[in-house]
Design a protein around this ligand. Sequence first.
Ligand SMILES: Nc1ncnc2c1ncn2[C@@H]1O[C@H](COP(=O)(O)OP(=O)(O)OP(=O)(O)O)[C@@H](O)[C@H]1O
Ligand SMILES: [Mg+2]
Length: 318
Amino acid sequence: MDAMMLEIKNLRVRLRVEGEPRTVIHDTSFTIGAGEAFGLIGESGSGKSMTARAVARLLPEGAECTGEIAFAGKPVLALKPDELRRYRVDDVAMIFQDPRASINPVRTVGDFLTEAARTNFGMRRREAEDKAVALLAEVGIADGGRRLKQHPHQLSGGLLQRVMIASALMGDPKLLLADEPTTALDVTTQSEVMGILNRLRAEHGVAMLFITHDLELAGAVCDRIGVMYAGSIVETLSSDALHEAARHPYTQGLLTSRPSLTATTRRLPVIPGKPLSAFEAPGGCAFAPRCAHVIAQCRESGPEFVDGVRCHRVGELS
Ligand SMILES: Nc1ncnc2c1ncn2[C@@H]1O[C@H](COP(=O)(O)OP(=O)(O)OP(=O)(O)O)[C@@H](O)[C@H]1O
Ligand SMILES: [Mg+2]
């Protein structure tokens, strides 16, 4: 990989959860190269969405964010309001899980797609519509001209997610933050949308932060993977290494608990215990209460992130 597109170092996010100030991300570091796809996986509450929102500076009101986030060398956390606006217009775009929740139901698809380009780039309506139709074609919507006049409720979930992807590409972003972009879709549509994202990534050369619960999916579409547990990354590894060389007991647990396509009748082994958010984790290693390899040291002190993994026992277990 050449130049680093995104470098995150010791990210920490604190915000009010149910009225209490809580740490939801701590000590999270990773990088994404230009054109690279980085998968962020982990159970519910582990902090995946908050990480993406921190990168886009879209954290909930009152959140405190410390550490470093550099976009092409630019310190994101230090951007002034007008620089932040340019950053969101020119550099990053976000795709969310539920397209219906982030698109205004009373406006047309055309308004939704062209509004930002018209206000931010001063494009004329006709020019913006031409670009929108071209992008709709790229995401597999052939009759774009007709779609522009429709309202969101006239489109299926799968079509609407394609519209969201086209919208994210309207500003030619360098980094796409895709937060479970296919979770709300049925399996067939899911794989079509994934195929589109992959192709666009290759053709437009955009880097992607791809968030999912699905380890298998992350392995299939990403170059590298970061595994999050209780607000921090416990392992980063290349997708090629996922099945053969996962070293953290949590990653190994996720690999054995994933549904197998061949052994459908077998009951799935699951990681015992429940997933935690950062502020719910005990002292020491956050995964210790659920780990099959736990020793006294794990409960006493939290392991550092060394050489791509955060585990006291990694030397003995790998
Ligand atoms: N808008 C919010 N205000 C306050 N706390 C929040 C908000 N959104 C999430 N949280 C809390 O922040 C923590 C991290 O949540 P986050 O949404 O990043 O998890 P996630 O890994 O994306 O989970 P999921 O897989 O369920 O989407 C959780 O404890 C969650 O309850
Ligand atoms: Mg989430």
